[in-house]
Design a protein around this ligand. Structure first.
Ligand code: NAP
Length: 247
């Protein structure tokens, strides 16, 4: 799983799972393009951490829902780093409420960031990856796409959409030697989940047959594998990393 000189674009790379993925690919030799809407201090800190691995780093402060910006960032990454080989879509949000209380703006925001944001970056690399006849795309979905849970209809629908998008893109890009997969984490300890009520983490811990809460590195290990040539024959898959939370 070595990525010497390869270039990965990672959305949501300034925090949690995205940052762990960026660091794991960087430690294995990749140069990294960080796309996130985080504040300047967090972007600088992320860039610093990545550069400590020896990686070249480009940072872009951007909202992934901005369709035009995705193409500009891919073009700029190529111009600065010479190539693009991998895309990890990790930017995501939640905004929980039961279906009778959920507002239109809560619905739109979660669908826009999680699903349209993933589409935007997948779309922005698709022609490049097709024409260069190589590329690895990993979309971060969720086990919540595979079951129902209380108060997350918008989130679950967005992540189910990510899975549908992943499978169709895998079909369309397969003949061009491009792998497109989704990872479905269970409950992972990140800033996103630290904001949730404690009982949700306790329930996840009870559900997980391995009896523990996942860490961002657990997801990053799988993402690195899927980006590597070891996974060359895997595409259109949804792989859970959830400690057996959903069996
Ligand atoms: P996180 O720590 O909140 O990281 C998400 C990052 O994405 C943050 O830096 C956030 O910036 C950024 N982001 C949010 N909206 C954005 C936008 N519109 N444009 C650009 N950047 C944006 O969350 P995480 O837990 O690592 O989640 C990463 C991914 O894993 C998400 O897709 C999430 O749905 C998925 N996931 C997480 C879990 C879990 O248990 N943690 C489980 C399953 C799936 P700000 O903080 O500044 O908004």
């Amino acid at each position: 799983m070595e990525f010497d000189g390869r270039v990965a674009i990672i959305t949501g790379a300034a925090s949690g799972i995205g940052r762990a993925c960026a660091l794991e690919l960087a430690r294995r030799g990749a140069n990294i393009c960080v796309v996130d809407q985080a504040g300047e201090d967090v972007m600088i800190q992320t860039s610093h951490l990545l550069k400590e691995t020896g990686a070249r780093v480009a940072t872009f402060t951007a909202d992934v829902t901005d369709h035009g910006k995705a193409s500009r960032i891919v073009a700029e990454t190529r111009a600065r780093m010479g190539r693009v080989d991998m895309l990890v879509n990790a930017a995501g949000v939640n905004s929980d409420a039961p279906i009778w209380d959920i507002t239109e703006s809560q619905w739109d925001r979660v669908l826009n960031v999680n699903l349209k944001g993933t589409f935007n970056y997948l779309h922005a690399v698709a022609t490049l990856f097709r024409d260069q006849r190589s590329g690895k795309i990993v979309n971060i979905a969720s086990i919540q796409a595979l079951r129902g849970s209380f108060g997350i209809s918008n989130y679950a629908a967005s992540k189910a959409g990510v899975i549908g998008l992943t499978k169709s893109a895998a079909v369309e890009l397969g003949r061009s030697n491009v792998n497109v997969n989704a990872v479905a984490p269970g409950f992972i300890r990140t800033p996103m989940t630290e904001r949730l009520p404690a009982r949700i983490m306790e329930e996840a811990e009870r559900e997980a047959v391995l009896g523990r809460i996942g860490e961002p590195q657990d997801v990053a290990n799988l993402v690195a594998f899927l980006c590597s040539e070891l996974a060359r024959h895997i595409t259109g898959e949804v792989i859970k990393v959830d400690g057996g939370q959903l069996i």
